[in-house]
Design a protein around this ligand. Structure first.
Ligand code: ZN
Length: 75
């Protein structure tokens, strides 16, 4: 069984993100979702996580995702 973390944004939107991914968001276009959906590159010192919608990088530290509250599983 996969561990799923649930995130709630201040505006009420909820996202379920399976382990080991995390909630990502894009400051450029507003996309929010699991980091599973993001592209990454690893040819630099560290991988850039980029938005699957507009391909801007920095989705791993998007401002929207940082406002989300992660809820513990309670099942
Ligand atoms: Zn984007």
């Amino acid at each position: 069984m996969t561990d799923v973390a649930r995130y709630t944004l201040p505006d009420g939107r909820e996202f379920a993100v399976p382990d080991p991914y995390y909630l990502a968001s894009c400051d450029a276009c507003g996309w929010v979702g699991s980091s599973e959906e993001c592209g990454t590159d690893y040819w630099g010192d560290c991988g850039d996580v980029f938005c699957p919608k507009c391909y801007s990088d920095g989705a791993d530290c998007g401002q929207v995702a940082e406002t989300a509250v992660m809820e513990p599983r309670n099942d």
